[in-house]
Design a protein. Structure first.
Length: 338
């Protein structure tokens, strides 16, 4: 079967080739009636635009980049899957970039080197400063994800980490836990993510009339279940005791399960645990994990909406959007009985 051409669609719809091109490229001045007329011919004939030719005509590639520190971390892998599916629904392909959390790689993400390769970038920074991000004036639009610095010039999408940590702490207090620890933040310099979650943890303690004990802030050697297990195990071996645990992420919670079980402590009877991110394996641990669950679909749609507006030419100040989350209760910190 011969390939359907642009002129075939124009002839079938009774319009000019320019009108067909305007519809395909989603130019806003095309009337809805004309758009429907051309689209009907596209559907009937099965026309598919030539990607290379369309890119030359519009200056767009149909590619987006998603950049973050470590593709092996379960939350980012699962978020990438949701973002990829949503981008595909909008006609884009998503490319993954791993920065390894280095300043050189993160600077490359917001430099002009991406121009012409992708139409836009979704970026979760780890180490780059807010000042450097504020100076970003590259040719490629960028939307930030997560809790890092977000200057007025760039769009950013995240959940309310303070409120989520407050709710997680309140949930444990509501179960009657009075020595609630926070576990899994960095040892030397807490990240913006950890700082926000620690703020929410402290607020949750205050609202429950529980004291803040600095000894109950337990850092982890690294962001991994292995490092978390070793860190919490060492704290337990030194005699630290608690009956509730708010974890910075689900990997810390999984490591905590191992450390507690190895020392004969029961979850949730002796220690109730709340994780964070609600990764897929949270439903398969023993016991299963209660976890803060960001709405990754809402996050993906919101971020892509903002990015598409930037790609289309929006040049206003940055929009900072909060998306919803929930606390998914499972066996490690079950819901309170009515």
């Amino acid at each position: 079967m011969a390939r359907v051409r642009l002129e075939d669609v124009a002839r079938h719809a009774g319009v000019s080739m320019k009108t067909v091109s305007n519809v395909i490229n989603d130019f806003p001045h095309v009337s809805e009636k004309m758009r429907e007329r051309v689209q009907r011919s596209i559907d009937v004939l099965g026309y598919r635009p030539n990607a290379m030719g369309r890119g030359l005509a519009t200056g767009r590639t149909g590619l987006l980049a998603l950049a973050f520190a470590d593709v092996s971390l379960p939350y980012f892998a699962e978020l990438a899957r949701v973002l990829s599916a949503e981008a595909g629904r909008r006609g884009y392909r998503l490319l993954l970039e791993q920065t390894d959390g280095t300043i050189e790689e993160e600077r490359a993400v917001v430099s002009s080197t991406e121009a012409g390769l992708v139409d836009g970038v979704l970026f979760q920074p780890s180490v780059i400063s807010g000042l450097e991000l504020a100076q970003h004036r590259a040719d490629v639009p960028v939307v930030l994800l997560g809790e890092g610095p977000a200057p007025l010039s760039l769009d950013r999408v995240m959940i309310d980490n303070v409120e989520a940590a407050t709710r997680a702490t309140a949930h444990l207090a509501g179960l009657g836990r009075s020595r609630i620890a926070f576990f899994g933040h960095e040892i030397d310099s807490p990240s913006p993510t950890s700082r926000l979650r620690l703020m929410g943890y402290q607020r949750g303690l205050e609202e429950a009339d529980l004291p803040l004990d600095m000894a109950l802030l337990i850092p982890s050697l690294e962001i991994s279940a292995r490092g978390a297990s070793a860190s919490l195990g060492a704290a337990l071996d030194e005699g630290l005791r608690f009956d509730g645990l708010v974890c910075r992420d689900d990997l810390a919670a999984i490591g905590a399960l191992r450390a507690l079980q190895e020392r004969g402590l029961r979850v949730p009877e002796d220690v109730a645990i709340v994780g964070w991110d609600d990764i897929s394996m949270a439903s398969f641990t023993h016991p299963t994990l209660t976890s803060v669950a960001p709405d990754t679909l809402e996050l993906s749609r919101t971020a892509l909406d903002l990015l598409e507006e930037r790609i289309a030419g929006f040049d206003g100040l940055g929009r900072h959007r909060l998306v919803s989350f929930s606390l998914v209760t499972r066996e490690s910190a079950p819901a309170r009985p009515r």
